[in-house]
Each structure stands twice: as C-alpha cells, then as structure tokens.
Design a binder for this molecule. Structure first.
Ligand code: GLV
Length: 351
C-alpha cells in the first residue's frame, strides 16, 4: 500500500512527535500544535508533507513552540499558541502560519508579512456554531440553567416553587450585538426567533443584516443603556481591547446580562468582577477570559451569577473538523506556491 493510502491513524503514528525538532527528514515539515479532528492530517500527509505533531492536550510551551517553528515549513496553530513577532524572522523555512480559528490575535499578521510569512484563518465555517453557543450561554445565564442544575444534583429540589430560580425573560427583550460580522449576524438571526428587538454597533452600518433582522445601528453607549442582553462579537484589536470597562458597564441596566464569546481581553475583567459584585449588572456568560484557562480561585468563579465555559463556542464536531481542514488547505496552497484561500496578510514577497 502506498503511503498516500495509509489510514489516518497510521499517519498519526508515523508522524507522531518523538524527539527534538529537525529530525524529520522529509522535504517539507508541517508543525501541528495539537491533535486535530477530521481529515486535515491525512490531507497534509497525502500531499507528501511530514507532520510534526505536538503530543497531548496542552499547548507547546514557548521554548518548544519556537524550536519546532524554527524547523518547520508550515505551522497549523491554535488561538492559544502565541507566536512572538520576533520569532518569525528566526524561522528560516517557515512560509505559513495557518490558525485553526477565525480570530488571529495570537499572531501579528504585519510582522509575519514583513518576514515573508503568510497568516491564514478559517472564516465563515464557524459563524453559526459560535452563534448557537453564544445563544446557549445567553439562555443559560438568563434562566439559571447551570445554577438550577447544580442545585438539583445537590438535592435542592424539594418541591415545585413559584419563586425558585426566577430568571430574566428572553422572549421579547432587547439585545445589543457588539460587532456585526458573520458571527454577530448569525446571532441576530437567532434573536429574531425570540422576538428580540436588536441594536448593534459596528464600524460601518450593515444594511443587509438590518433588512434581514430589523437590527438598528446605534452608538455603543446607546446600545449599552437600552439592552437587556449585550453579546460581544468583535475581534480583539488595539481598538477593542478593554472596550467594555467600568464606564461602559455603568451604562448597562442593573438587570442586564453580558455574553462574551469573542476574546476575553475585549472586556476589562477586573471592572466586570466589580460590576457583578456591586450589582451594576445582573450576570455574565463568558466563553473567553483573560487569561485562558481562567485560574481556579479567580473571583469570577466565586460569583453565582456567572457562567464560564472553556472557549468552546466553535466546538461543534463537524465545525472543528472543517476548521482543521480549512487550515490544512491554506497550508497546502502555500506549500504549492499558490496564494492561500484565507489570507489575513500578504507577505511581499512571500518566502
Ligand atoms: C475561536 O476563538 C476563533 O477565533 O475561531
């Protein structure tokens, strides 16, 4: 049987990381920073690339990441792999960093372009899955799904109670969507099914989304003051870092709930803890935190009106497989000396 037709698991065994970087003798090496779902590894292997697969669930520590990147022609990375900009010129063969994510705040696209390295992402494929999860978080927090389930398991369910676990009504309420990209728009579509009035902020108005969902473009202060639920869908950039801080939280309603599935650093977390403690807002649902993982014992874990999940908004089985395959497709294109399908920078010239 030719190599090309070996089953996926055999490729995994063959290319499993087994020592210091640089030991793989194939022409081209793709460093993959975690085991990934779907056909991505077999697609890379079938094209004749050696796969240097980082073992285990945990990200490579910075030293190991640097060593493996220095020996690689391509890297398939996760949002949790921070690529220091100064490392890129020191990776002589590296031609592409393919992030298995739509966000790419873990790598500096301009620094990569200057070093001749493509950076790519996986847009589109995860918008609906992420919006599903953001809506699950909204509902879970509004209707105390997590708190009541925990209490029920602990024996707290003694009788039907007219006053137990009262929550915020979602149907017919006002939703504020911060950032109306693909995920924000998918979220707004879901909100329509709950007859929500939708306000949104974004750099520019989105007439197509307005026509489809009835959403209204407003300023951030207006959105914060008028919304029962505020859901963040903006990428992390210099201008969105700390976007929601003390002043913004103070504008929100005491009954309001904040949902964040974008990046932890878009919210000033200390300000959020203070606002939750003071009753400035009623609750928060966070799939993303700063740092990640959020250390046990963090004040957010002490607050009953907070739901924290481990950055899993895009973790639909088929979606994650597709994300990995899109990342692999970007790598395959660059290694074949073609433009990748999902670039977020443009190296001039590419290596
Ligand atoms: C996940 O956080 C992503 O950016 O895709």
């Amino acid at each position: 049987m030719s190599d090309r037709r070996l089953p996926f698991s055999t490729h995994m065994q063959r290319f499993r990381y087994a020592g210091p970087p640089g030991r793989l003798l194939a022409m081209t090496t793709v460093f993959v920073t975690r085991a990934i779902p779907g056909q991505a590894l077999s697609q890379l292997a079938a094209a004749g690339h050696a796969i240097d697969l980082w073992p285990g669930e945990l990200p490579p520590p910075p030293d190991a990441l640097a060593a493996h990147l220095r020996a690689a022609d391509a890297a398939l990375t996760m949002v949790s792999d921070r690529i220091p900009p100064e490392l890129l010129p020191a990776c002589p063969k590296l031609r592409v960093v393919a992030n298995m994510a739509v966000g790419y705040d873990n790598v500096d696209p301009a620094a990569a372009a200057a070093a001749g390295v493509w950076v790519t992402n996986t847009p589109g494929v995860l918008a609906d899955t992420t919006a599903d999860f953001a809506f699950a978080l909204l509902l879970a927090t509004a209707r105390q799904v997590v708190a009541s389930e925990r209490d029920t398991r602990a024996g707290g369910w003694k009788a039907w109670s007219p006053t137990a676990f009262l929550g915020a009504d979602v149907y017919g309420s006002t939703l504020g969507v911060v950032g109306m990209g693909q995920i924000g728009a998918a979220f707004a579509r879901r909100a329509q099914g709950f007859a929500m009035r939708i306000l949104y902020t974004s750099r520019t108005p989105k007439p197509a989304v307005e026509a489809e969902t009835g959403a209204r473009w407003v300023s951030l202060p207006e959105l914060l003051a008028a919304s029962d639920f505020v859901s963040i869908h903006t990428p992390l950039t210099a201008s969105t870092r700390g976007l929601i801080s003390t002043a913004e939280l103070a504008l929100m309603r005491p009954s309001a709930i904040l949902v964040n599935t974008s990046r932890g650093a878009v919210v000033d977390q200390e300000a959020l803890v203070a606002a939750l403690r003071a009753g400035t807002i009623a609750g928060a649902a966070l799939d993303v935190t700063e740092p990640e993982p959020l250390p046990l014992g963090h004040p957010l874990f002490m607050l009953p009106n907070v739901v924290v999940t481990p950055h899993i908004a895009s973790a639909g089985r088929a979606t994650r497989a597709r994300m990995a395959e899109i990342a692999a497709a970007n790598i395959l294109a660059v290694l074949a000396r073609k433009d990748p399908p999902n670039p977020v920078n443009r190296p001039v010239p590419p290596r």
